[in-house]
Ligand binder design. Structure first.
Ligand code: HEM
Ligand code: HEM
Length: 143
């Protein structure tokens, strides 16, 4: 069970990051060329939202199954930067990032067809993506 979840979370991460990078790049480009995002573009943002939520769900189950998740919380873990990254920083910061992405989508959906929609995606998805990238356990992911 643990191995399957870990492998799914590890592979799915590629898809999530690829989608978010593409969406953020398109939103920033549209922002500077003053193009309001219409419902077609909001659908791309919805795909990014759904992929992030699926990764959140797998991550949460993994957190309670992995020997590096909740079961590893201790004073010793806090002193070890890599153990702390897996048990504390990665889960906490990524939940925060996905909350920001969800807020961004929700705001954009309400502002469809205006520059407000473009800006919400560029800013909220952009900050969310930076937070996610700041806490990826690269050492174990890309070997
Ligand atoms: C731990 C699991 C999950 C949590 C805590 C969660 C939480 C949320 C929250 C808080 C919202 C915003 C509701 C709103 O105010 O509009 C939302 C929306 C949404 N989530 Fe999730 N979600 C989870 C898993 C998933 C999964 C697995 C999927 C898809 C397979 C998914 C797809 C969506 C979609 C499509 C929306 C609505 C977007 C819209 O407003 O049109 N979520 N979720
Ligand atoms: C978009 C959000 C996320 C991305 C892109 C992501 C990506 C990753 C990656 C690449 C790894 C390393 C996998 C490997 O060893 O090959 C990992 C590990 C892990 N993730 Fe996430 N993650 C996300 C969200 C979350 C969330 C929200 C949680 C928990 C609430 C979580 C819990 C974990 C845990 C516990 C591990 C360590 C698994 C182990 O080594 O036993 N992740 N994640």
């Amino acid at each position: 069970m643990y191995q399957i979840l870990k492998a799914s979370h590890s592979h799915f991460a590629w898809l999530v990051l690829f989608a978010l990078i593409l969406i953020v790049a398109l939103a920033i480009k549209a922002f500077f060329s003053k193009k309001p995002w219409q419902s077609t573009q909001i659908k791309w943002a919805l795909i990014g939202l759904i992929l992030s939520h699926i990764q959140l769900l797998i991550g949460l189950v993994l957190y309670f199954t992995s020997p590096n998740g909740i079961s590893n919380l201790s004073g010793e873990t806090m002193k070890d930067s890599f153990a702390r990254l897996l048990a504390v920083e990665h889960p906490f910061i990524n939940i925060l990032a996905i909350i920001l992405i969800t807020i961004g989508y929700s705001k954009a959906k309400k502002a469809v067809g205006t520059m407000g929609a473009t800006k919400s995606i560029a800013v909220f998805y952009g900050i969310g993506l930076l937070l996610i990238l700041s806490r990826i356990p690269w050492q174990v992911w890309i070997k």
